[in-house]
Write a protein that binds this ligand. Structure first.
Ligand code: HEC
Length: 109
């Protein structure tokens, strides 16, 4: 029993680290956590999205699809596009983007 619990903890820990790694490796090159430089900070775009999509599933669904194919018409941050230009497409599959956006929803920046 104890072995099973330890395994479970280990796996869920690995999974959380894996999501953090995906996020840090792929988003923070442009999005600093709390500072807007070449793109809005993560805390800034999270704030805008959480107001529009307070429910976790809606947040993940909209953000992952938007990041898959950035589009000025469906953007929630027109000002950011005016200031920085539209975010480039990154060629991730949707399931990876769902893991990354879930991590963003669950983390305090
Ligand atoms: C090459 C730089 C770059 C990378 C890498 C990047 N972004 Fe962006 N992103 C931008 C810029 C610039 C904007 C602001 C303009 C815009 O909204 O399109 C932006 C805007 C956004 C927005 C706001 C969308 C809106 O409604 O306009 C979200 C959400 C976002 N990025 C998520 C991500 C996530 C998640 C990742 C990692 C998978 C990521 N970005 C990686 C440059 C980047």
């Amino acid at each position: 029993m104890r072995y099973i619990v330890v395994c479970f903890l280990l796996i869920s820990n690995l999974e959380a680290n894996y999501k953090a790694l995906l996020f840090n490796g792929n988003c923070t090159t442009c999005h600093f956590k709390n500072k807007t430089v070449s793109a809005p900070s993560v805390s800034k775009f999270k704030e805008v999205y959480i107001v529009a999509f307070p429910k976790k599933e809606d947040f993940i669904d909209y953000m992952s699809k938007w990041v898959k194919k950035p589009n000025g018409k469906t953007s929630l941050m027109d000002d950011a596009i005016k200031k920085h230009g539209l975010m480039p497409e990154l060629a991730f599959d949707l399931s990876t983007l769902k893991e990354i956006t879930e991590y963003i929803y669950d983390t305090d920046f």
